[in-house]
Design a protein around this ligand. Structure first.
Ligand code: PRX
Length: 653
C-alpha cells in the first residue's frame, strides 16, 4: 500500500476547501442539486453583462449548453473587473530566455489589450466570430493577442511554435483564419530562432482565407515582408486608442479553438465556450492552487497547449493573480534556472510536467538545494503519469517535504482540472491523481456503465456534462459525437469518454493508467500515431508504417516506428540511401510535416507488419517488441505468424 502524505496545514492560511469533510460536503451539495450548485458559482464568480436564462440545456445532447442566454466578456472578466482593486498589481511577469524582464500591471495589460483589440478591428477588419491564428513565442504580446481576441469576440486558435509550416497550414485552413499573428522569432538557449519564415511557407498554398499577417518584433533578425499582407505589430498598435469596449458575447460563444491529436491523421479543433470555460478556469485556480492575492504563480507550459491557455493566462487572470510567463527552457543556462526564478520571484505555486521534473532531476538533482525555495506552497504536475522516483525528488528536494503536490489529471477537451488533490485537504498518495473535483462526476466504468471493481482497470468517463467541457470539434459535429460519446454509456445514455484508462482503489483514489487508444504521450504532448504514420508514408521509399509508443526515461514515451520499405528495382538500388541515411530522411519528413516534437526515437526496417487476416495491425505485439518484452499475445490469428520472430531478430540485432 502506498504511503499517504497529509497536507501541512501550516502552509495554508484560508484555503477554500480546508479538509475532506468540506470536500465531501461540497460533493454532496452537487449531488443534491447539480445545476443549482453550478449556478451559485456562476453567479458569484462571473461578472455577467446579462443574466442567463437557463443553467444547463441538455435538449441537443451531447451538444450541451451552459448558462444560455447570458452575456459576458472574458477579457473583461480577466482584466477590467480587477481595475478597481488591483490596477497596480502585476498581472504578467515576463522573463526572457536571456534574462530580460518585463512586468505588465493589470492597468497596463488593460491598455495593451485595448490597443491591440482596436488594431485587430480597425486595421485588419477582424469581427466577432472571425478566427485569428496565433503562432507566437512565449512573450507578453501572445497573451495580449489572446485577450484582444476575447475582447472583440474573435476566436483565437493558437498553434504551438514547434509545429512545422505544413502543420500550421492545416490548422489555418481548417479554422479558415482571417489573420495570423506571429513574431519574427524569439530566443532559445541564448540563440535566436525564427517563426516568421514558417508562416511564409505555410501561406504559400491553400491559405486564401488569410488576409493579413501581423508581426511582433522579438529577436530583430531579418525577415521577408510581403507588401499588402504583412504588417508590423509595433508600428500599427502605437497609434491605436487605448479605449475599446468589451464586446458582449453569449455564454456559448466560442472563446477559442485548440487543435489536438486524435486517433486519425487529422487533428481535431477542440472548441471551447466563453462562460463555462472561464468559470472553471477561475474556480480550479482557486481550489487546486489555493491562489491568494499576494501569490505569484508560475506554470511552465507553452501557451500553445491547453495548460498554457488555462493556467498561464485565463485561470490566473480571471482569479486576479500574478502569472509568470517564461520564454526559455528549464536547463539554460543550467539546470538551476527554474529554482533561481522561484527564488527571485518568490513563486508560491509551481506547475510543470513530469518530463521537466525528470529532466531536472537527472541533470541537476542538487540544484534545488542551492536556492531559497521557501516561498513554495504548492507543486503541480500535469500531462502524463509521474513516476514515484520523480515524485519523491519533487516532493523532498524541491518542496522540502512541506509542499502539497497536486497531480492534476485533465485534457484539452476538459478545459480545466478534473481529478486532482486539493492542496490543503487531500491526503496524497504519490503519483496518484486522487479524487474528482467537486462538481465533476468522473467515474471508472465498463463500456456499459457498470462501475469497475476496486483495483480493476476501466474506462475513465465523465458521466455528467460540466461547464468547461469541449462543445464540439470545429466543423465536424459527427466526429465530436463519435470521438467522445461513441464508446461508453451510463443508464443507456452516451457519456463522455476521455480515451484514458484508470483504476480506483478501495478508498476511492483514482490512478490514471494511460491512453486506451492510438494516442501516445511524448513529453506530456499528445501525439496521434496515425498522424506520425501519415507523415512517414510521405517518404518515397516507405511502403507501410506502424508507430507505437515506447517507455522513455525523460519523455515518458518515445516514438517507435516500424517501417516496411518498397521493393526497389535493381537499377535504383544504389540510389536508395543506407539505413542511417533513410532514418535521417524519414525524420526530416516528420519534421516538415509535423515538427520536431514528433521525431522518432527509433526506426526499425522490417519485412512486414503483424496483421490479422482482415488486415488490422496488431499494435499490442509491436508495443511488446519495442519494449523488448516477450510477446504474450496470440499470434495464431496473424496472416503470417512468422513475422513476429523475424521482427524480433531484427530488433535483437
Ligand atoms: O492521457 C492523459 C494525459 O494527457 C492527456 C491529455 O493530453 P492533452 O489534451 O494534451 O492535455 C494535457 C494537459 C492537460 C490525457 O488524456 N494526462 C494528463 N494529465 C495527466 C495525464 N496522465 C496521467 N496523469 C496526469 N495527471
Amino acid at each position: 500500500m502506498s504511503k499517504i502524505y497529509h497536507p501541512q496545514k501550516k502552509m495554508f492560511k484560508e484555503p477554500l476547501i480546508k479538509n475532506m469533510c468540506e470536500y465531501t460536503e461540497l460533493v454532496e451539495k452537487f449531488e443534491e442539486d447539480y445545476e443549482g450548485t453550478w449556478a451559485c458559482f456562476a453567479d458569484e464568480k462571473i461578472d455577467w453583462f446579462k443574466p442567463y436564462d437557463k443553467i444547463l440545456d441538455e435538449s441537443d445532447a451531447p451538444f450541451y449548453k451552459w448558462f444560455d442566454g447570458g452575456e459576458l466578456n472574458v477579457a473583461h472578466q480577466c482584466i477590467d473587473r480587477h481595475l478597481e482593486t488591483k490596477k497596480n498589481k502585476a498581472a504578467i511577469i515576463f522573463e526572457g530566455d536571456n534574462g530580460d524582464q518585463r512586468i505588465l500591471t493589470y492597468r497596463e495589460l488593460y491598455y495593451e489589450v485595448n490597443k491591440t483589440a482596436n488594431m485587430f478591428k480597425n486595421k485588419f477588419g477582424v469581427k466577432k466570430g472571425d478566427r485569428v491564428v496565433i503562432y507566437m513565442p512565449m512573450i507578453p504580446e501572445a497573451a495580449v493577442a489572446m485577450l484582444a481576441c476575447a475582447r472583440i469576440g474573435a476566436i483565437h486558435s493558437i498553434v504551438f511554435g514547434g509545429f512545422s509550416a505544413d502543420a500550421l497550414r492545416d490548422r489555418i485552413i481548417d479554422a479558415e483564419a482571417k489573420l495570423v499573428v506571429t513574431a519574427d522569432g524569439a530566443y532559445r538557449k541564448g540563440k535566436p530562432y525564427m517563426l516568421k519564415p514558417v508562416v511564409d511557407k505555410a501561406l504559400e498554398e491553400g491559405c486564401e482565407c488569410v488576409e493579413k499577417v501581423c508581426i511582433v518584433e522579438r529577436n530583430g533578425e531579418d525577415i521577408e515582408w510581403v507588401a499588402g499582407r504583412d504588417y508590423s505589430f509595433e508600428e500599427l498598435v502605437k497609434n491605436e486608442s487605448s479605449k475599446c469596449d468589451a464586446e458582449p458575447v453569449d455564454s456559448e460563444h466560442p472563446l477559442f479553438l485548440l487543435y489536438t491529436s486524435g486517433s486519425t491523421g487529422k487533428p481535431k479543433g477542440v472548441q471551447h465556450s466563453s462562460a463555462g470555460y472561464i468559470l472553471w478556469a477561475q474556480m480550479t485556480m482557486e481550489w487546486t492552487f489555493d491562489i491568494k492575492d499576494n501569490d505569484t504563480f508560475w506554470c511552465t507550459a507553452d501557451i500553445g497547449w491547453i495548460t498554457g491557455h488555462t493556467y498561464i493566462i485565463y485561470g490566473p487572470l480571471a482569479a486576479g493573480a500574478t502569472t509568470v510567463m517564461f520564454e526559455g527552457v528549464p536547463t539554460f543556462p543550467d539546470a538551476g534556472r527554474c529554482w533561481k526564478m522561484v527564488e527571485e520571484y518568490r513563486i508560491n505555486q509551481f506547475y510543470t510536467a513530469p518530463t521537466a521534473i525528470r529532466l531536472l532531476h537527472k541533470t541537476g538533482a542538487d540544484e534545488p538545494a542551492k536556492y531559497d525555495l521557501s516561498s513554495l506552497r504548492i507543486l503541480g504536475t500535469v500531462g502524463e503519469p509521474i513516476d514515484p522516483e520523480a515524485w519523491s525528488w519533487y516532493y523532498n528536494e524541491v518542496g522540502s517535504g512541506q509542499c502539497s503536490i497536486v497531480d492534476t489529471w485533465w485534457q484539452t477537451e476538459t478545459g480545466g482540472h478534473m481529478i486532482t488533490p486539493l492542496p490543503a485537504a487531500t491526503p496524497i498518495k504519490p503519483a496518484c491523481a486522487t479524487f474528482p473535483l467537486p462538481g465533476i462526476k468522473a467515474e471508472v466504468i465498463e463500456a456499459d456503465g457498470t462501475p469497475t471493481e476496486a483495483g480493476e482497470k476501466g474506462y475513465l468517463c465523465i458521466t455528467k456534462p460540466w461547464p468547461s467541457m469541449i462543445r464540439t470539434i470545429w466543423g465536424d459535429k459527427e466526429r465530436f459525437k463519435k470521438s467522445y460519446f461513441g464508446d461508453c454509456k451510463k443508464d443507456g445514455k452516451p457519456v463522455y469518454f476521455s480515451g484514458d484508462g484508470a483504476m480506483k482503489d478501495e478508498e476511492g483514489y483514482i490512478t490514471i493508467t494511460g491512453r486506451t487508444d492510438d494516442v501516445i504521450n511524448v513529453s506530456g504532448h499528445r501525439m496521434g500515431t496515425a498522424e506520425v504514420e501519415a507523415a512517414v508514408k510521405n517518404h518515397d521509399h516507405v511502403a507501410e508504417v506502424a508507430v507505437v509508443g515506447k517507455p522513455h526515461d525523460i519523455k515518458g514515451e518515445g516514438i517507435f516506428a516500424y517501417v516496411v520499405l518498397k521493393s526497389v528495382p535493381v537499377e535504383e538500388k544504389d540510389v536508395v540511401a543506407d539505413e542511417m541515411e533513410l532514418i535521417k530522411e524519414i525524420n526530416g519528413v516528420i519534421k516538415n510535416e509535423i515538427g520536431a516534437i514528433a521525431l522518432c526515437d527509433d526506426i526499425a526496417f522490417v519485412p512486414g507488419l503483424p496483421k490479422t487476416r482482415s488486415g488490422k495491425i496488431m499494435r499490442r505485439i509491436l508495443r511488446s517488441l519495442a519494449k523488448g518484452e516477450e510477446v504474450k499475445q496470440d499470434t495464431s490469428t496473424l496472416e503470417d505468424p512468422s513475422i513476429v520472430g523475424k521482427i524480433k531478430e531484427i530488433l535483437d540485432a
